[in-house]
Ligand binder design. Structure first.
Ligand SMILES: N[C@H](CCC[C@H](N)C(=O)O)C(=O)O
Length: 257
């Protein structure tokens, strides 16, 4: 099969993107998905996104981590919106379907502002917080973030605390300008990624919940770039949560598989 693909990145979180509106892609072939995401034997990517038709919305985003496991993906959702605009499916706003339900988004140039699902359940432990922003996230304040071995320390927590189902692990430190620096170990990639959209969303909410910021607009600095999170908070529930940042097409091509 010759597969036409597009490569997108959202603050360095990168994806193989396929227009699967004709529903031809072999979705059960997890070995193929992993191979396409392999950075040596394939195209390379943190994950693979299929854009499909959907009866209830403008399109459906099906997201696979590099290991073939499925989840919601914030940066991937932003890239899927940019791709739908490129294909002419949408104008500058949309509602699309994902594994965690419907998402509204707007597009201005290459900046996509994606509405995330509400968060009501935040588990607070002495050393970390745990919450689900479309995918599960462990949020832990650290010192000397830039010197941390995220792959090793992230794996310890991902397997040590969360076992087979796992969790994404976000290490965070406050920055001078009321923003936060974040580095993330991603479940399903089993390595550090340059940014994680659902991860930085979880960090912003956890930092607000812990009183580390009083603002409902939080900038997060990741190795791949800056993301802006905004939200409303009533009685411990977080609503109207938006994840805003760039989503760019890097290249396109055909691959024989
Ligand atoms: N690795 C995550 C999914 C992708 C999350 C990340 N790429 C994002 O932007 O949200 C998980 O399995 O829960």
């Amino acid at each position: 099969m010759v597969l036409e693909f597009f490569k997108y990145q959202g603050t360095g979180n990168d994806f193989v993107v396929v227009d699967n509106r004709l529903d031809f892609f072999p979705k059960d072939d997890l070995k193929l998905i992993s191979k396409l995401c392999d950075r040596r034997f394939g195209i390379g990517g943190d994950g693979l996104i299929l854009l499909e038709n959907d009866i209830a919305s403008d399109f459906r985003m099906v997201y696979y981590n590099a290991d073939g496991s499925k989840s919601m993906c914030g940066n991937g959702g932003r890239c899927a919106v940019a791709f739908a605009h490129y294909l002419g499916i949408i104008g500058t706003e949309t509602t699309f379907n994902a594994i965690d339900g419907l998402h509204f988004a707007t597009l201005e140039g290459d900046i996509v502002n994606l509405k995330m699902n509400n968060v009501t359940d935040i588990k607070e432990k002495p050393a970390y917080s745990f919450l689900d922003t479309g995918s599960p996230h462990h949020v832990q304040l650290v010192e000397n973030l830039e010197r941390l071995n995220v792959k090793i320390e992230g794996a310890k927590l991902r397997y040590g605390i969360y076992g087979k189902s796992g969790s994404n692990i976000n290490f965070v430190e406050p920055a001078e300008d009321q923003s936060f620096n974040v580095r993330t170990y991603e479940r399903g990639v089993e390595d550090e990624t340059l940014s994680c959209g659902t991860g930085v969303t979880a960090v912003a909410i956890a930092m607000h919940k812990q009183g580390k910021t009083a603002s409902n607009q939080v900038d997060i600095n990741t190795p791949g770039g800056k993301l802006a999170i905004s939200f409303e908070q009533q009685n411990g529930s977080y609503t109207d949560i938006y994840l805003k940042g760039p989503a760019k097409q890097v290249f396109k091509g055909d691959v024989v598989c």
